[in-house]
Design a protein around this ligand. Structure first.
Ligand SMILES: Cc1cc2nc3c(=O)[nH]c(=O)nc-3n(C[C@H](O)[C@H](O)[C@H](O)COP(=O)(O)OP(=O)(O)OC[C@H]3O[C@@H](n4cnc5c(N)ncnc54)[C@H](O)[C@@H]3O)c2cc1C
Length: 460
C-alpha cells in the first residue's frame, strides 16, 4: 500500500497495544491507537494493578494480628472500603496519565473510541464514523470476563470488572470459579473480613498448577476460613430481600450479598470485522497467529490476550514489542513462551515457574522431586499457623531444574528470580552450589537435599 493515513493502527490500548505502539513509533512509524474504555487496558485499570493493591489491603488484618507476637499493641483496627477504592482509583488515574503521556511523547495519535476492521488496510471508528487507512493493523483488544451458559438471574452477578468498584464491602460473598482470579478474589474478600465461599465445578482449585500447590493452598484457605465447595455449579441466582441466593446443581443454596463469576475470559473479537477480511479465529474466537503474531491476513497482526497464548501482562507486552521490532525496526524476533514465571496472589501466595510435576513426568524420562514444607521464622513469634512449601522438579537425566513451585510469603518475588536461573538452564547441582542467604525462606531452595522433607520448625 503506497499511501495510508498511518503505518500502524493499533486497536486496544492495553499492555500489548501500548507497547507495540510506542516501540513502532520509536522506530519512526506513524502510529495511531484506538481505545474504547480507558488507556492502560485490563492490567492497569481492572486487572493486575488494582488487584494487587486490594491484595495488599487484605493482608493488613494478618499484619495487625501478627504484630502482637512481636510486642506491638495495635489496638482495634477499622477498615474503610470506600477509602480503599478511592485510593486505588487515584493511583489508576495517575497510571493512566503516565500511559497517555508516554504515547503522546512519541507522537502516537490516541483515538478514544471503538475501532473495527473495515478492510485489510482500513479501520472504522464507530463513534465518529470516520474510516482511516493503515499499512498494518494490530489487534490488541484483550479479553473480557465470560459468564458461561446463561442461567436464570445471571444479571445479578458481578465479575472482576465490578468487584473493584463495589459501593460497599460485602459481608458475604460467593465466588464462582477455580482459576487464579477466583482464588485471588477469595483471598482478598476473606482477608477484608467477608464470609467467603468459593464454588468450583472441578474437584480441586487451580487446575493446571502443580498438585502440591493446589493441595497446600486448599488446606491454607480452609485454615483461614475460606469455604471451598467443589464439584458444583450454579444453576440459578435469586434476588431476595436479604441479598442473593445462589442455587447449586444438587439443590443446595448459598446465601450471599454478592456473587462473583470468575469462570474464564473470552477474547474481545466479537463484531471486530475480522471474518470479512479473512482473519482465522480459533476455538473461543481468539485470533490465530504464528510465532511472529501474524494472522492469516497479511496486513493484520494480533498480540496479547486476544490470541490464545499466555494471558499475562508481561507476555502481552513482550509480544507487542517483538511485533513492533519485527515489522517496523528491521529486527525480527519472537517471544518464547517457556519458563514464564507466574503467581497467584492468594494469601498465602503462590510463585511458580516451569513445569508442574505431572507435565514434567510426561516430558522427562526420569524425574527427581525435592520438596520441603516448613514453618517460616516469622510464624514462630506471630504464632500464625502457617506452612511454607517449596518444590523443585529436576530432570533426572540432565539434572536441570525444570519446575519450581513455592507457596508462602513472597513466593512470587522468589519465583521471579528462580526463573532467571532456570532459563539459563541451571541444574540442581548449581542450586546446591549457590550459597544460601540466611535467614530467609528462599534459602530452602538451595538446601533441598532429600526428595521429601517432613514439616519442621523454622531453620536456625
Ligand atoms: C482481575 C485480573 C487480574 C489479573 N492479574 C494479573 C496478574 O497479576 N499478572 C499478570 O501478568 N496478568 C494479570 N491479568 C491478565 C492481564 O491483565 C492481561 O493478560 C493483560 O492485560 C493483557 O493485555 P492485552 O494488551 O492483551 O489486553 P488488555 O490489557 O485487556 O487491553 C485491551 C484493550 O483493548 C480495548 N478494546 C477492546 N476492544 C476494542 C475496540 N474494538 N476498539 C478499541 N478498544 C478496544 C479494551 O478496552 C482494553 O483497554 C489479570 C487480569 C484480570 C482480569
Amino acid at each position: 500500500m503506497d499511501q495510508a493515513d498511518f503505518d500502524l493502527f493499533v486497536i486496544g490500548a492495553g499492555s500489548g497495544g501500548v507497547r507495540a505502539a510506542r516501540i513502532a513509533a520509536g522506530h519512526g512509524a506513524n502510529v495511531a491507537i484506538a481505545e474504547e474504555y480507558r488507556i492502560g487496558g485490563t492490567c492497569v485499570i481492572r486487572g493486575c494493578v488494582p488487584k494487587k493493591l486490594l491484595v495488599y489491603a487484605s493482608r493488613f488484618a494478618d499484619a495487625f494480628e501478627d504484630a502482637r507476637g512481636f510486642g506491638w499493641d495495635v489496638g482495634d483496627a477499622d477498615f474503610d472500603w470506600p477509602a480503599l477504592v478511592a485510593a486505588k482509583d487515584k493511583e489508576i488515574a495517575r497510571l493512566e496519565t503516565v500511559y497517555r503521556a508516554n504515547l503522546d511523547r512519541l507522537g502516537v495519535a490516541i483515538l478514544e473510541e471503538r475501532a473495527e476492521v473495515a478492510g485489510p488496510n482500513a479501520v472504522r471508528l464507530t463513534r465518529s464514523g470516520r474510516t482511516v487507512t493503515a499499512r498494518k493493523i494490530l489487534i490488541a483488544t484483550g479479553g473480557k470476563p465470560s459468564l458461561g451458559e446463561p442461567i436464570p438471574g445471571i444479571e445479578h452477578v458481578i465479575t472482576s470488572n465490578e468487584a473493584f468498584d463495589l459501593q460497599s464491602l460485602p459481608g458475604r460473598i460467593a465466588i464462582y470459579g477455580g482459576g487464579y482470579i477466583a482464588v485471588e478474589f477469595a483471598g482478598i474478600f476473606s482477608g477484608l473480613g467477608a464470609e467467603t465461599t468459593l464454588v468450583y465445578r472441578g474437584d480441586k482449585i487451580l487446575r493446571g498448577f502443580d498438585e502440591d500447590l493446589r493441595d497446600a493452598l486448599t488446606e491454607a484457605y480452609a485454615k483461614r476460613g475460606v469455604r471451598i465447595v467443589t464439584e458444583h455449579t450454579f444453576k440459578s441466582i435469586e434476588k431476595t430481600g436479604d441479598g442473593l441466593v445462589g442455587h447449586l446443581d444438587d439443590g443446595g443454596a448459598i446465601e450471599a450479598d454478592q456473587i462473583m463469576f470468575a469462570i474464564g475470559r473470552a477474547p474481545n473479537t466479537a463484531g471486530l470485522g475480522l471474518e470479512a477480511v479473512g482473519v482465522k479465529r480459533g476455538w473461543n474466537g481468539h485470533v490465530v497467529v504464528d510465532e511472529y503474531s501474524r494472522s492469516s491476513s497479511a496486513t493484520i497482526f494480533a498480540v496479547g490476550d486476544v490470541t490464545d497464548r499466555l494471558a499475562l501482562t508481561p507476555v502481552a507486552i513482550r509480544e507487542g514489542h517483538a511485533f513492533a521490532d519485527t515489522e517496523f525496526g528491521g529486527k525480527p524476533w519472537f517471544v518464547e513462551h517457556t519458563m514464564v514465571p507466574t503467581a497467584v496472589f492468594s494469601t498465602p501466595e503462590i510463585g511458580t515457574v516451569g513445569l508442574p510435576e505431572h507435565l514434567a513426568a510426561e516430558r522427562c524420562g526420569k524425574l527427581d522431586v525435592y520438596k520441603a514444607s516448613f514453618r517460616p521464622l516469622k510464624a514462630t513469634l506471630s504464632g500464625r499457623d502457617e506452612t511454607m512449601m517449596m518444590k523443585l522438579i529436576v530432570d533426572g537425566e540432565s539434572d536441570k531444574v525444570v519446575g519450581c513451585h513455592i507457596l508462602g510469603e513472597d513466593s512470587a518475588e522468589i519465583a521471579q528470580m528462580a526463573a532467571i536461573a532456570m532459563r539459563l538452564g541451571a541444574t540442581k547441582a548449581d542450586f546446591d552450589a549457590t550459597m544460601g542467604l540466611h535467614p530467609t525462606s528462599a534459602e530452602e531452595l538451595v538446601t533441598l537435599r532429600e526428595t521429601w522433607i517432613a514439616p519442621t520448625e523454622a531453620a536456625g
